[in-house]
Design a protein. Structure first.
Length: 131
């Protein structure tokens, strides 16, 4: 049980976000994030990831986020985001500040995806002629 508790450093927010996974090597394939925190995420994949793989996630940002696979099953993988080499310890802020910023960003993503889904549902209903 202690091993599981030590696996995650931060609380995670449940999401469903499409991502392009780069790596290992020259591989590139589609995946989905199932949850995310400031330090890591759970990624749904096609069975191509193994523990220890260094990958990059493209989640709508122009620069993919570097990560390392911590654990993997045939469908899911737990990843830990790698720190950007250009960031010094003094630039990181206090742990509580980083956690709050990460949670705010994750919550904003959830709100945006919920609004998008609601809008898509309304459009679908309008097309079907229910309005």
């Amino acid at each position: 049980m202690g091993d599981i508790e030590n696996r995650r450093q931060e609380d995670r927010c449940g999401v469903t976000i499409r991502a392009v996974i780069h790596g290992p090597g020259t591989q590139r394939f589609d995946g989905r994030l199932r949850n995310i925190s400031p330090t890591g995420a759970c990624v749904e994949h096609s069975g191509l990831l193994l523990p220890g793989d260094e990958i990059a996630l493209e989640m709508g940002k122009p620069i993919p986020q570097a990560a390392k696979v911590i654990w993997a099953s045939d469908r899911l993988a737990g990843i830990s985001f790698l720190e950007e080499p250009s960031r010094r310890k003094s630039d990181r802020g206090r742990p509580g500040e980083r956690r709050m910023i990460g949670l705010v960003l994750a919550a904003g993503t959830v709100v945006a995806l919920t609004l998008f889904a609601a809008q898509a549902w309304l459009i679908q209903q309008a097309v079907r002629g229910f309005w």
